[in-house]
Design a protein around this ligand. Structure first.
Ligand code: GLC
Length: 727
């Protein structure tokens, strides 16, 4: 008997250990399956829509936590009210403001993308957010788009390379990145309904690649559907974009979240891939019961459809499965780190990205750098020298621990000089959704500026755009390509009294530059976040040698831009529909093919040093599909100071059966070189990346024949050309 009881005990022990072990190591999928079996239909649906402005329900009785999310791409937004867009008034939610994503893209440095994502993810984790609502990768199609500052430029390859490390960095913290806005949200005007029509080639070759990279290489855990329609269906429940491309072709296993208020139909939301409905009615319980969370499209209306049998409950289970998978990666992941916030290390990362993203566009007679020991009097003129730019701009707004203004940065670094300052012009308060003019007297502001300009050795005009409505701001677009608030006139007056004038542009978009030939220097500085002034002064003083490159072209005039070359139906559309008539010729692809000279080209940026590409070669002359092209070139720093240069490799299909751009960026690499130093730079390009999207075959096609590899340091400055043969 004794023996038998021992045997039974041992079997029990093993089985329970086995069970225990199995529970511990049990696959997430099994755990998810078990959980779903325990949920009521109401509990399942509650997980698929908002319970507040920025959270969705868990299942309290089972200990499944709520999901908390926050904007945005450049930092963790201040806490928002439960039911309204107002700030909750917390005092523990000031953050590090990182540079805008145009600046990160301009660095052409994927290592900085990783650092950016990691630091942002640490702050989001520390603020107990499970999803950070960024990055944005919508392609720069028009210089008027109010949100270009939040995105990564006009080239699909650059955006694809820069978005992946950012996502890895964020998600290492057990926080989900949420790549947005999927897809074709390339303007703010009429964003909530405009129906975009375009060719498959433009869709696959220009607008999808960055999202595809985010999913297939970044393994992003969530993705935000855009407000607009594509080919007649809203993006957040779009059979072609979501069921076919995102979830079937790309095998996306994460959660599709709506933009706030971007859901329009219960049945489509159920059947066309929407997983998590946020912001419907946008003001929760406050404005009317109609907006109550139980009245959301995927709440009671969907409950009724499932109960009536119109929608199968398995459709809901698939959504809950994705949401639970995201939870096991985030708020049900017991091993995720604890995050950190506002550390010196985060401010250092913000400063480093700002330093490397600043683009030197003009530097006549080596106007820059300005020697802090020699310069006597600097007049710093312009509202952007002091205006806080981490505020405003819409959902990417931030409440930051500090934002060093350009003026402060210049005063600190040039402490031996006399720094004069005048506002010069005024824009008025930053109010979401409307423009309020300044009450200050424009003439007296102008006269004050001219007075100090006349007395200075050097004038730094710090102007550009700002985060006000109809500027670089969500919700609508710019109304003009020119600098606003009378800056062009002011600048021409200043130039009359002082030729020694340079322009520092604080903006997230290209602008018209009628003064481009009169000024001595031009620095494009983006929105640089907490360390703005320090990073600017680092570059102006020569402490840092600028190495940024333009992530989008600067046209001479708006009409030179592709989207503005096909009338209203192309931009902004006719109020209902919009046609991308430029097709695949976006940005430099347009300028090259139409032989229009841009003011400043994609990929352009000066240095305080000079670089020479001495030789270039490839590993073979002929390539087969599946091969990798190994390009190598010799870069020499022929200047007097250490610097970084970005080698860019563009490709042209010499003879193809379809229209292809004169050049397309297919690789880039940033290298650091001491003065006089030479380095061999090796770059690899998979041959299959030379293909175009064949919208007849509905697949990528690599046509045999000659391809031209063009190596250079901007899309306009090609140093070496190599012809290869693809069989
Ligand atoms: C906004 C934006 C989106 C943001 C969301 C929440 O409308 O389009 O980028 O994340 O709503 O604020």
């Amino acid at each position: 008997m004794k023996k038998l009881s021992i045997v039974i005990f041992l079997i029990t022990l093993i089985s329970s250990n086995e069970l225990f072990a199995q529970t511990n190591n049990e696959s997430v999928d099994n755990k998810i399956e078990k959980i779903i079996k325990q949920l009521t239909l109401k509990e399942k649906l509650d997980m698929c829509h908002a319970q507040s402005k920025f959270s969705s329900k868990g299942v309290a009785r089972l200990g499944i936590p709520e999901l908390w999310m926050s904007d945005g791409p450049h930092g963790v937004r201040t806490e928002i009210d439960w039911d309204t867009w107002s700030h909750a008034g917390w005092t523990n939610d000031s953050c590090t403001a990182f540079p805008a994503l145009t600046c990160l893209a301009a660095s052409f440095n994927p290592d900085l993308s990783y650092k950016y994502g990691k630091a942002l993810g640490e702050e989001a984790r520390y603020r107990k957010k499970d999803i950070i609502l960024g990055p944005g990768v919508n392609i720069y199609r028009t210089p008027l788009n109010g949100r270009n500052f939040e995105y990564m430029g006009e080239d699909p390859y650059l955006a694809s390379k820069m978005v992946v490390p950012y996502i890895h960095g964020v998600q290492e913290n057990g926080v989900a990145a949420c790549v947005k806005h999927y897809v074709l949200n390339n303007q703010e005007h009429w964003r909530d309904h405009i129906n975009v029509e375009l060719s498959d080639r433009a869709l696959y070759e220009i607008y999808l690649p960055a999202f595809k990279a985010a999913v297939q290489e970044g393994h992003v855990w969530s993705l935000m559907g855009a407000y607009n329609q594509v080919r007649g269906q809203y993006c957040c429940h779009n059979e072609f974009l979501v069921n076919k491309i995102l979830k079937k072709d790309w095998e996306f296993d994460g959660v599709l979240v709506t933009d706030w208020g971007a859901t329009h139909d219960t049945k489509q939301a159920a059947l066309y891939g929407l997983d998590l409905e946020m912001g419907t009615g946008t003001d929760g319980l406050t404005s009317s019961l109609k907006n109550a969370y139980d009245n959301y499209f995927m709440a009671n209306p969907l409950l009724k459809m499932v109960e009536s049998g119109e929608i199968n409950e398995s459709v809901i289970d698939e959504k809950v499965e994705r949401i639970l998978r995201l939870m096991f990666r985030t708020n049900m992941n017991k091993t995720r780190p604890f995050g950190s916030m506002n550390s010196q290390q985060h401010f250092d990362v913000a400063r480093e990205i700002a330093q490397e993203g600043i683009v030197l566009l003009k530097n006549k007679n080596k106007f820059f750098p300005i020697d802090p020991e020699k310069v006597q009097t600097i007049a710093v003129i312009g509202e952007n020298a002091t205006k806080m730019m981490s505020l405003g701009g819409g959902s990417s707004e931030l409440k930051t621990i500090h934002e060093i203004s350009p003026l402060e940065g210049i005063q600190k670094r040039f402490k031996n000089a006399t720094i004069l300052h005048a506002m010069g012009y005024a824009s008025g308060p930053s109010v979401y959704g409307k423009v309020i003019d300044s009450k200050l007297n424009a003439d007296s502001l102008k006269n004050e500026a001219i007075k100090i300009a006349a007395k200075a050795d050097i004038v730094l005009f710090v102007g550009g755009l700002n985060k006000n409505h109809h500027q670089d701001c969500e919700g609508d677009d710019r109304k003009s390509f020119s600098l606003p608030f009378g800056q062009d006139d002011l600048l021409s007056e200043i130039l009359k009294v002082n030729k020694n004038t340079a322009v520092v542009l604080v903006s997230g978009n290209a602008v018209k530059m009628p003064w481009v030939n009169q000024v001595k220097g031009i620095v494009q500085t983006w929105y640089l976040g907490s360390e703005s002034g320090n990073a600017l002064a680092d570059v102006l003083s020569g402490d840092v040698n600028p190495s940024g490159k333009l992530p989008f072209s600067f046209p001479v005039k708006l009409e030179d831009n592709a989207a503005h070359s096909f009338g209203e139906i192309s931009y902004p559309g006719d109020g209902t529909k919009q046609e991308y008539k430029e097709d695949i010729l976006v940005g430099y692809r347009w300028f090259d093919t139409k032989k229009i000279k841009p003011l400043y080209a994609f990929g352009f940026g000066l240095s305080y040093s000079e670089f020479d590409m001495t030789k270039a070669s490839v590993n073979k002359k002929e390539y087969k599909s599946g091969d990798v092209i190994s390009v190598s070139c010799e870069m020499k720093n022929t200047g007097k100071v250490k610097g970084k240069e970005v080698i860019q490799v563009y490709v042209n299909d010499v003879k193809s059966s379809v229209l292809r751009p004169l050049k397309e960026l297919k690789a880039f690499k940033k290298v650091s070189l001491n003065s006089g130093e030479s380095k061999t730079v090796n770059i690899e390009i998979p041959v299959n990346k030379l293909a175009f999207y064949d919208d007849v075959k509905k697949d990528w096609k690599l046509e045999p024949g000659q391809f031209k590899l063009m190596l250079g340091t901007s899309s306009k400055n090609i140093s070496k050309t190599i012809i290869i043969e693809v069989e």
